[in-house]
Design a protein around this ligand. Structure first.
Ligand code: PGA
Length: 242
């Protein structure tokens, strides 16, 4: 499998942020590396413009969430079909910020993941424990339950992102042993051909060590994906085959 380095821009970026993608392309001397997948999930407002301007350079684009239905009376929501139509290849579902801010349940995340697959997108299904859950020794059980509840029914290619909630945007990361333990646990619960990403405070300084861990097949990167220099450093640290 190729490793997947995915940038989650969250609610950041106006049209001028295309300069960061242009800078990234320049760093790669005109095109994304062939031996790994590079994905950027910008705000939905930028998706179509980015996908039409930069897909030829080998970069892929994705959404940050989708509705479980293909269309209908859901003001403000965006369907997986719409994301695909705008040029997306992936969509993040069940990010902990969506689970917390919008009270998304595992069942809703699963429905979104299935909707994504039906629309031809690869869902990136996010799971991860809170600090209290880790301190109580429940991290493995919490993640197992999230996987049971949130993975798509459709037996096609999807991606899992393990993102400890307490590591997101905090500068904190689990120990390498804890990452290895959780990724082995997730691998046991899924198939060998499913990429399992690590997310939570990945930056150029820690990317190489984290991406070398067995069963870590790439990274989901928030803050450090917003700046071309940092994202380039992380992409460069990724092994090709995983
Ligand atoms: P972070 O976010 O890299 O800023 O910690 C990761 C994420 O939320 O996907």
């Amino acid at each position: 499998m190729k490793s997947l380095i995915a940038g989650n821009w969250k609610m950041n970026g106006l049209s001028a942020a295309s300069a960061e993608i242009k800078a990234l392309i320049t760093k790669f001397a005109g095109s994304a590396p062939d031996d790994r997948d590079v994905l950027i999930c910008p705000p939905a407002t930028l998706l179509m413009a980015f996908a039409s301007s930069f897909s030829d350079e080998g970069f892929e684009f994705g959404g940050q969430d989708c509705h479980a239905n293909a269309s209908g009376a859901h003001t403000g929501d965006i369907s997986a079909e719409m994301l695909a139509d705008a040029g997306a290849a992936y969509v993040i579902v069940g990010h902990s910020e969506r689970r917390a801010d919008h009270a998304e349940t595992d069942a809703q995340v699963k429905a979104k993941a299935d909707a994504a697959l039906n629309a031809g997108l690869s869902p990136i299904v996010c799971v991860g424990e809170t600090r209290e859950e880790r301190e109580a020794g429940k991290a493995l059980d919490v993640v197992a339950a999230q996987l049971d509840g949130s993975l798509p029914q459709t037996p096609s290619a999807f991606v899992i992102a393990y993102e400890p909630v307490w590591a997101i945007g905090t500068g904190l990361t689990p120990t390498i042993d804890d990452i290895a333990e959780m990724h082995a646990h997730i691998r046991n619960k899924t198939r060998a051909d499913i990429r399992v990403l690590y997310g939570g405070s990945v930056k150029p300084a820690n990317a190489q060590e984290i991406l070398a861990v067995k069963d870590v097949n790439g990274a989901l990167v928030g803050g450090a994906s917003l700046k071309a220099d940092d994202f380039y450093g992380i992409i460069s640290a990724a092994p090709g085959d995983v």
